[in-house]
Design a protein around this ligand. Structure first.
Ligand SMILES: Nc1nc2c(ncn2[C@@H]2O[C@H](COP(=O)(O)OP(=O)(O)OP(=O)(O)O)[C@@H](O)[C@H]2O)c(=O)[nH]1
Length: 789
């Protein structure tokens, strides 16, 4: 047996007697105690190892074996060897009998130090685990066979549940909605997860739970499968990720908003370089990421606004983190578009600007629709003319401008005459068409800067800005009346209409809007009273003047056709010989009602009415014809004819003069054209060319009223002028001898003939003779005569 014990390598065996002295020790025991077998045998067993705090317990146990003779149960003992090592031993003590007496106690020890270490570690782990379970901020569930067996406090908190009993015994999907966000039934999803965990050890998933108060929340679930005693244990960690999900969702939404926004969005860094732009930006502007990323956003300015505009914008962004307003954008193809732009600074958690975001809304359509709405509000629906609202606005602006520029304005109030008849006879629809047609004609009667508006019914107001004077307003009124006189073809109907116009002038007839409109209205009623189809000024005096003038103008137009003009001739006498050498042609108008009118009465009107070219041509032809008559009678007289400025600048002048000579058969040298100093002084190639051509025809040129203008000697010297006519004004208030002498001297030096007009007295004639004047004209020389002198 000893041999067997010796050979037991893993069991340390020793025996001791009643005195506690070691009788036997196998090698394993010696090794365990850290001594040799020989050193152990004979030693008190207590000296080989001690049992620390449990020594007394062990001693009592041994004593009991000695006294009662049976072995106690085996047990774990911690011992300290003689060389100071601590070991855990699994000890069994057996009493050994010899000759009927208890002789020794055999002890068998198995070194379980390592096992105990493992066990302690295991226990510590267990305790750790428990602590972790209890203190974890994550909710932890222990499931046995799919049913909750235990939950930690965090789980109660997360599921807002006061007692564990509400959770224990249930399945996890009992705290879930029927379906998960994926659409899968919660029960099936849970089964799939546990299955996955039991096969692969664990499974992870994001999960929708409902807490005990019924609120839904997002969680991340980690399910770990543990096999125990043939059953399945699941360790389930549930972490609330609602916050993260919300952040994710917000981020996702932000990205969606950025990308799906219909507004163009551009993001820059703090240096205002583009770091992102959305799809809409490309759609709206045509600029894509390749064009813009990394570039300064200022490269994409429209060019419409100046530098100070952008300075102001960025100053506002720097000051208040935001600017928004209307501006212009530029597309890749260069096209401009109106946009509403907002720029915001984005700050990081430290409060520093990290980015800028620009949002650009294309407001082309909005502008159009606003424009359309405004148009509707400001225009008459039937004729599309400005309505009263817009008229008042324009009138306000025009008045302000007229006040600033000291200019005049005219307000013409037009009411159609007997328009009701049109409605009554042709129907309202035809009436409408007539109103539209009238509107369009009115617009063509005035200049673009003027406003034609419809007040309603058959009333229209025309605002003429910056008219030259009442004459201009009267002219516009006549144009309007004339255009209304033309028949209106309205489908199969033909209508005739006229209008009555009242005119108020600013500032003469009122310097405020209301006064002007009221006075124009009153004047319009006068026009109606006066028999309709006419116009009236508000001011009576003005009206009289305009009416007379207008009458003259209308008369003038007829006068040519009806041969109401006549010529008279004023003789030009050679002072030395007293012989008549020429005749100045002067025009008279034999007015059917007013009698013979001098040019002062009608030349101004004829000029304004643009009739001077026609009238002048008639005078020229008639003068040539008369002079030819005289020639045929043997009187070779030069006929002199005044040229009007309008004739002088008219492109057909040379042809007209040539025609007059040709038709009459008058030799050119017997025709003298009288120019004014002003015509001559319009220096330039054009004037020189005209003078040259006239001269080329062989006729003479003279300057009328010389000395009243500002002729320059140099210019005079180079002009093909034959004769100077000293202005009559030098004789008006006492004779201006110095001026007359100077002119005569000048004419001499330029080798020109000189003639004095308006010579009335012998003294004047004598003076002229002394000064060397060639010719004279006037009362003394002979009054104007008819064509038959
Ligand atoms: N067709 C048509 N007629 C209208 C409209 N508005 C008003 N009227 C008619 O226009 C006519 C205006 O008449 P009045 O200006 O008062 O009188 P009138 O017949 O023109 O006669 P006098 O002004 O005195 O020369 C009325 O018969 C209105 O019914 C419209 O929009 N369309």
């Amino acid at each position: 047996m000893v041999a067997a014990l010796e050979l037991t390598p893993s069991v340390a065996v020793c025996s001791f007697d009643r005195a506690g002295v070691v009788q036997f020790c196998n090698q394993a025991c010696a090794d365990m105690l850290g001594i040799t077998v020989d050193a152990a045998v004979g030693q008190p067993v207590a000296s080989l190892c001690s049992r620390g705090v449990r020594q007394a317990e062990h001693d009592a146990l041994v004593e009991e074996i000695w006294s009662k003779g049976h072995s106690p149960p085996a047990g774990d003992w911690q011992v300290k060897t003689g060389d100071g090592r601590e070991l855990w031993l699994y000890s069994t003590c057996i009493p050994v009998w010899h000759d009927g007496k208890l002789a020794q106690i055999f002890c068998m020890d198995i070194d379980i130090t390592q096992r105990r270490k493992d066990f302690d570690a295991l226990q510590a782990a267990g305790e750790n685990f428990h602590q972790m379970f209890e203190r974890s901020s994550d909710a932890i569930f222990l499931l046995r066979d799919g049913v909750v067996e235990e939950v930690n406090p965090a789980a109660l908190l997360l599921f807002k549940c006061e007692k564990a009993e509400r959770l224990v015994g249930r399945k996890l999907h009992d705290f879930s909605p029927m379906t998960q966000p994926s659409g899968e039934l919660s029960s099936e999803a849970e089964a799939r997860m546990t299955d996955e965990a039991s096969r692969g050890g664990n499974a992870r998933s994001e999960w929708h739970y409902v807490d005990c108060e019924g609120a839904l929340f997002w969680a991340e679930v980690l399910l770990t499968a543990i096999s125990l005693d043939g059953g399945k244990l699941y360790y389930v960690v549930v972490r609330d990720i609602s916050e993260r999900k919300r952040a994710e969702r917000a981020l996702h939404l932000a990205a969606q908003v950025f990308e799906n926004s219909r507004d163009a969005i551009v993001l820059t860094d703090r240096g205002r370089r583009v770091i992102a732009l959305n799809h809409a930006f490309t759609v709206i502007t045509g600029f894509g990421p390749k064009d813009m990323l990394g570039k300064p956003v200022s490269l994409y300015r429209s060019g419409v606004h100046d530098e100070s505009f952008y300075r102001e914008v960025w100053a506002q962004v720097e000051a208040g983190d935001h600017w928004e307003g209307e501006s212009w954008g530029r597309k890749r193809d260069g096209a401009l578009f109106p946009c509403w732009t907002s720029i915001s600074a984005i700050r990081d958690s430290a409060g520093r600007v990290s980015n800028y975001i620009g949002i650009v809304t294309d407001i082309t359509e909005r502008k159009k629709s606003e424009e359309h709405t405004r148009h509707l509000a400001e225009h008459d629906f039937l004729t599309d003319l400005p309505n009263r609202v817009l008229l008042l606005d324009r009138l306000r602006l025009a008045l302000a401008a007229a006040r600033r520029n000291h200019a005049m304005l005219a307000v013409l109030f037009l009411d159609l005459d007997r328009f009701k008849m049109v409605n009554d006879t042709l129907g309202h629809a035809v009436g409408d068409r007539l109103l539209k047609e009238v509107a369009s004609r009115l617009v063509h009667c005035v200049r673009e800067a003027d406003t034609v508006s419809r007040q309603g019914g058959d009333e229209f107001i025309l605002l003429l800005s910056d008219v030259a004077g009442p004459q201009g307003a009267a002219h516009a009124a006549e144009t309007v009346l004339h255009s209304l006189e033309q028949e209106f073809v309205l489908g199969e109907h033909i209508a005739h209409i006229s209008g009555s116009i009242g005119i108020a002038m600013f500032p003469a007839d009122g310097d405020e809007i209301d006064a002007l409109l009221k006075h124009a209205d009153i004047a319009m009623y006068h026009a109606k009273e006066e028999g309709r189809n006419g116009y009236q000024f508000f001011s009576g005096e003005l009206n009289a003047r305009i009416v007379e003038r207008s009458g003259l103008e209308q008369g003038l137009r007829r006068a040519l056709a009806e041969q109401q003009f006549e010529l008279v001739f004023e003789p030009e006498v050679d002072i030395a010989s007293g012989a008549v050498v020429g005749m100045e042609a002067l025009v008279r108008w034999r007015h059917p009602a007013l009698g013979l009118l001098l040019p002062e009465r009608f030349i101004g009107v004829a000029s304004e009415a643009g009739m001077m070219v026609a009238l002048g041509q008639w005078v020229l032809q008639e003068a040539c014809r008369c002079a030819r008559g005289w020639l045929e009678e043997g009187r070779e007289l030069v006929v002199s004819v005044n040229l009007a400025p309008a004739q002088f600048v008219h492109k057909d002048l040379i042809d007209c003069v040539g025609d007059a000579l040709r038709c009459s058969g008058l030799p050119a040298h017997l025709l003298e054209l009288q120019l004014t100093e002003a015509m001559l002084m319009q220096a330039g190639a054009q004037t020189e060319a005209v003078l040259g051509k006239l001269r080329g025809l062989g006729l003479r040129l003279s300057i009328d009223d010389f000395g009243t203008g500002y002729s320059r000697l140099g210019q005079l010297k180079d002009s093909p002028i034959d004769k100077l006519k000293i202005a009559q004004s030098f004789f008006d208030h006492g004779t201006d001898t110095t001026a007359i002498r100077t002119i005569i001297a000048m004419a001499r030096s330029l080798d020109m003939t000189v003639i004095a007009e308006g010579v009335e007295t012998e003294d004047q004639l004598q003076l002229l003779r002394e000064l060397g004047c060639d010719q004279c004209q006037g009362h003394l020389a002979g009054n104007a005569l008819g064509a038959e002198p």
